[in-house]
Design a protein around this ligand. Structure first.
Ligand SMILES: Cc1cc2nc3c(=O)[nH]c(=O)nc-3n(C[C@H](O)[C@H](O)[C@H](O)COP(=O)(O)OP(=O)(O)OC[C@H]3O[C@@H](n4cnc5c(N)ncnc54)[C@H](O)[C@@H]3O)c2cc1C
Ligand code: SF4
Ligand code: SF4
Ligand code: SF4
Length: 387
């Protein structure tokens, strides 16, 4: 039985797995092993999503059955989950990836270090304000109708947002406490859990999506299978991601005590070789605190240990802070589509890019590869204890 809302192009992998594995198997093979990345893909793209078969009952736990009796047992959720790896071979072929040993940062065309010319995007940007500048260009040129971005409500707390103008984008830039209503309660640096479900709402638009590697793994599986609304995604702009964090009330208290940083004083967070906290000016000047990743282990989301993609290998273009100076974003073009778009961006003159010689590019790639390898190793170690 085919759902009214989700259309498919069946491929061999899907036909093989179909009806054999369902959400029940995801629970056993992914959730119960503690490796669910909470990307939201299974919930959003469930073939019967309109009946709320599955959903996030607890925002800090994997999705669960809500109306199990309505499950079609079609297997879509299983096949697109980034932790089942069913479509790895097909995706790797499409995105020219062989393996992490020979390609720790995936296939790429070129590397850049850039910053926004627009002062607003630069000032509010996480790094160089490049991602939002690109989105703004695409909206203005009508290359997309809008973008699924992520709005900050508090440090480490985000909610998916649909942006279709410069002001929407500015409200979704970096980490800005001006738009944070309160800092109490449970807070989480979500991996954009709600962004994928949002796609369903905007299925008639041509969209750009900004996301983490786990989310783009799911989206690329959807595109490979031809399941709606993934065909409306015009471009995937991927962020580097070493790990994300969970900050519940007790952990916020612990963090504040341990690092002598008040959550309410955090003005901006960005990530390079470590996590950088910019604190509000206390009259003496802006204070910057660097905390190494290994000091933040107890706040890290455990399932991130089961993830080995640091640079977002299936994105059209990847972006990160690592290997670029302060106020600059590292840009890696990957697909033909990504390369073409970035060349249009450069021609439009909306970015200032450093003139990188081949030695500097090599050094940048080396550093990014080292982080990738450390993430790959972390997963290998973690998976040894998963049965
Ligand atoms: C969870 C997470 C982990 C990261 N880890 C690393 C890392 O380990 N190393 C590294 O070098 N870089 C990391 N980055 C990327 C880096 O922080 C910047 O996002 C990137 O360099 C782009 O900066 P920018 O100034 O060009 O982007 P901006 O112009 O500021 O635009 C950033 C865009 O990303 C969107 N966004 C913000 N948070 C999220 C989110 N959680 N999910 C989806 N979209 C979001 C915003 O809405 C905005 O549209 C991470 C980003 C995120 C969100
Ligand atoms: S990793 Fe994503 S797709 Fe897989 S079970 Fe978790 S939320 Fe669902
Ligand atoms: S209907 Fe299909 S996609 Fe939805 S939960 Fe059941 S098996 Fe998964
Ligand atoms: S490390 Fe990043 S990409 Fe990997 S599971 Fe965690 S949030 Fe997703």
């Amino acid at each position: 039985m085919i759902s009214k809302t989700h259309a498919f192009k069946f491929n061999a992998s899907f036909i093989n797995i179909m009806s054999k594995k369902t959400f029940e198997d995801l629970i056993k093979e992914v959730h119960e092993k503690g490796i669910c990345q909470e990307c939201g893909g299974c919930v959003s793209f469930c073939r019967s999503a309109e009946y709320d078969i599955i959903g996030f009952k607890d925002p800090y736990a994997p999705p669960e059955y809500i109306h199990k009796d309505q499950c079609l047992e079609c297997g879509i959720c299983y096949i697109i989950c980034p932790q089942t790896h069913i479509l790895d071979d097909e995706l790797n072929k499409t995105y020219k990836f062989t393996d992490y040993n020979s390609m720790p940062i995936g296939h790429y065309e070129e590397i850049y270090s850039c910053q926004a010319i627009d002062k607003d995007f630069l000032e509010k940007g996480t790094d160089g304000g490049v991602v939002n500048s690109i989105l703004n260009f695409m909206i203005e040129k009508k290359l997309i109708d809008g973008a699924i971005v992520s709005k900050t409500y508090a440090p480490f707390s985000r909610e998916a947002n649909f942006a279709k103008s410069k002001s929407d984008l500015l409200q979704s830039s970096g980490t800005n406490l001006d738009i944070s209503p309160q800092l109490d309660g449970v807070q989480k640096h979500s991996t954009y859990t709600h962004s994928i479900p949002k796609l369903n709402r905007y299925k008639f638009n041509k969209l750009a999506v900004i996301g983490t590697p786990c989310q783009f793994n799911t989206i690329r599986c959807m595109q490979d299978l031809g399941v709606t609304p993934s065909e409306n995604i015009e471009i995937c702009l991927g962020l580097f991601c070493y790990e994300t964090f969970i900050f519940e009330k007790s952990q916020i208290e612990k963090f504040e005590k341990e690092f002598k940083i008040k959550f309410s004083d955090i003005k901006k967070i960005n990530i390079k070789e470590d996590v950088i906290f910019k604190l509000i000016d206390d009259g003496i000047g802006e204070k910057i605190v660097h905390i190494p990743f290994n000091h933040l282990k107890k706040y890290m989301r455990p399932a991130c240990n089961a993830c080995n993609d640091f640079t977002n290998i299936y994105a059209d273009i990847s972006f990160g802070g690592l290997s670029s100076p302060d106020k600059y974003t590292t840009v890696i073009t990957r697909t033909e589509k990504g390369k073409k778009l970035f060349s249009q961006i450069l021609d439009a003159g909306i970015l200032k890019c450093t003139d990188l010689d081949s030695k500097t590019k090599k050094t940048m790639i080396k550093l990014i590869s080292e982080f990738s390898q450390s993430k790959i190793q972390r997963k290998e170690e973690f998976m040894k204890n998963i049965v």
